[in-house]
Design a protein around this ligand. Structure first.
Ligand code: ATP
Ligand code: MG
Length: 581
């Protein structure tokens, strides 16, 4: 890496929004964070006001809010003022049809501008927004609409005909179907309605606890849960966007997640807009050359992506990166799955800066643990708790919860509730929700450990923990060791029942281009793992796969590897991306 790049990285860290993590942590309060948003008198607020109205009122209406790149690669710009006008029109359309406070508006759309308009218009109208991923089949769409009691949905004519038409009329609470491009019986054309609607709308003054968003979890460990978030959540979105992603007004920012998942809404719509950045939205799916071109041409400053994508970039090699000019890039972050240390180091080599891993969940609504711009990154670690967040490692046995204060001990990752974007419930699943809390802690369901410097390390989901011959083995540790092998592109590790050991570790490996499965390679991988992990933890068996089963948000579904291995029912596979096993 050249000296110029090193100096730039140091400078960027010093000038970041949080130059001193410890100092910020010592003085941080959520009340003070609340002062950073505008709000309305009398403790009222609205996410859409923070995202749009306040910036337009402050004279930034002409700044580009959304730079949308359509499938053909054509760029279309929407200023803050334009987005505000369209959101106002959409809010008026809803109001004129009797849809307002507390009603639920769904979308089933690709990453098109109408989706962004609809989220903000719905929030302005005081209704609750629930984005659905457009690649879902009819069944997952239907169950999510039933669980949430959808009152309206915005979709395209194509998706309507293919996925909704046959059964939508059976939903008792559904009152309106809007199409972005055309008209079918029983639906209304959005743009005709928008053209007739006023572009003035007085944004709803909401109470902090009024519901705003409904998100379904990824379904990695089981049936997806419907998670409710409130308007107050914007405080977390805004401050984590500023301090954890280092967003600065005027930045160009690209979050690659689809708004059908919580990342694509919290950090693909709300946080970037409240921080007044220009968001890049690409309608197309992952494509290596296109991604690198976009990063370069759009001069992206902050990039938020996910391990699956990063692994694909790694597969293609660092040389490709060097063919581009990424001099505008200042900060790269990753979320959604454990980020192997290998990937962090690769980022440093290829881009001259590490990928900053951060950890959070649909339930937490925003970033909870992160590597910050000004902090040394320990590759493989999720970083430190966000200022204002107390994280602990706990052990629950029966009715008792014990905090494991000693560093290095593995236990369940727990958080002290009280931050604004914490979920307010699992829809219709009170018992499941109640089970998440014990002795003043929120239990995440993930296992982790904390080191002596206060960094948190992901171990695995508690459901995925492997118990083998008296050892507790986290799949992530084994996966990270295997992925260091030059032949390995992707790996998922599970425990399979064994009479003597209880469980044995089995790894499923997808190879990089140029490598073919063979017994020799299997032995080589086993040897590599044994050297790195020791014989007790290294896999006893390795199977080769072309691809691993993943959720549509890119998470390896270990439960599915296990079900298939054992010939058990596959359970809820509504979020499974078509896979080849
Ligand atoms: P479900 O709850 O339906 O099984 P899910 O937990 O995958 O699905 P999400 O809320 O989208 O649904 O994902 C949150 C989970 O993703 C975390 O609990 C954690 O297991 C994993 N995760 C997210 N970020 C990271 C990270 N940086 N490192 C390791 N794991 C992560
Ligand atoms: Mg979960």
């Amino acid at each position: 890496m050249d000296l110029e790049r090193i100096n730039k990285t140091i400078e960027a860290a010093q000038q970041s929004n949080m130059p001193d993590y410890d100092a910020t942590r010592a003085t941080f309060t959520w009340q003070a964070a609340r002062q950073e948003i505008d709000g309305f008198p009398g403790d009222r607020l609205n996410i859409a006001h923070e995202a749009l109205d306040r910036h337009v009122a402050a004279g930034h209406g002409s700044q580009i809010a959304l730079r949308w790149i359509d499938r053909a690669g054509q760029r279309n710009d929407f200023s803050y003022a334009t987005l505000q006008c369209r959101a106002n029109r959409f809010a008026n359309v809803l109001r004129a049809r009797g849809i307002g406070r507390g009603d639920r508006v769904y979308s089933l759309l690709g990453r098109v501008p109408e989706l962004y308009v609809a989220v903000l218009g719905t929030l302005k109208a005081g209704a609750v927004f629930c984005p659905l991923f457009s690649a879902f089949g009819p069944e997952p769409i239907r169950s999510r609409m039933e669980i949430g009691g959808a009152n309206a949905i915005l979709t395209s004519a194509r998706l309507y005909k293919r996925k909704l038409k046959d059964w939508l009329h059976e939903l008792p609470e559904l009152r309106k179907v809007f199409l972005t491009d055309g008209h079918e019986d029983g639906t209304e054309d959005l743009w005709t309605l928008m053209a007739d609607a006023s572009e003035q709308f007085e944004t709803g003054r909401m109470a902090p606890e009024d519901p705003a968003l409904l998100h379904f979890t990824s379904g990695t460990t089981g049936k997806p849960k419907g998670v409710e978030h409130v308007h107050e959540a914007v405080v977390t979105h805004h401050i984590t966007g500023r301090l954890a992603l280092d967003l600065r007004p005027g930045d160009t920012y690209w979050c690659t997640a689809d708004p059908g998942w919580v990342t694509g809404t919290s950090y693909g719509i709300i946080a970037p807009l409240t921080n007044r950045v220009t968001m890049i939205v690409d309608e197309a799916e992952f494509d290596l050359d296109r991604w690198y071109d976009t990063l370069e041409k759009e001069r992206v400053n902050v990039w938020y992506t996910a391990p699956t994508a990063i692994r694909m970039l790694m597969k293609a090699g660092a040389d490709l990166v060097r063919e581009h000019d990424f001099s505008a890039l200042r900060f790269m972050a990753s979320v959604g799955e454990p980020l192997n240390s290998e990937a962090v180091v690769w980022g440093q080599e290829a881009f001259g800066m590490p990928f900053h891993d951060n950890w959070w969940q649909t339930e937490t609504g925003g970033i909870m643990i992160a590597n910050y711009a000004s902090m040394d990154v320990k590759p493989g670690s999720m970083g430190k708790p966000f200022p204002g967040i107390e994280a602990g490692i706990v052990e629950v046995t029966g009715d008792t919860l014990q905090e494991l204060s000693d560093s290095g001990k593995t236990g369940e990752l727990a958080l002290r509730p009280g931050w604004p974007s914490m979920m307010r419930g699992y829809l219709h699943e009170q018992a499941r929700y109640d089970k998440c809390f014990k002795d003043g802690w929120y239990l995440s369901g993930d296992l982790a450990r904390r080191d002596a410097d206060g960094y948190f390390w992901f171990v695995g989901r508690s459901k995925d923990l492997i118990k083998s011959a008296g050892h507790l083995i986290g799949p992530f540790e084994v996966e990270s060791a295997l992925i260091e092998h030059p032949a390995v592109a992707e790996v998922g590790v599970i425990g399979i029942p064994d009479e003597t050991a209880g469980e044995i570790v089995k790894a499923y490996v997808a190879l990089k281009p140029g490598f073919e499965p063979s017994d020799d390679l299997r032995l080589d991988l086993m040897g590599h793992a044994r050297k790195r992990l020791g014989p007790a933890v290294a896999p006893k068996d390795i199977a080769f796969r072309h691809n691993l089963p993943k959720t549509r948000s890119g998470k390896i579904m270990r439960r599915l590897l296990k079900a298939r291995e054992l010939g058990l029912p596959e359970g809820d596979i509504s979020t499974l991306e078509s896979d080849e096993t």
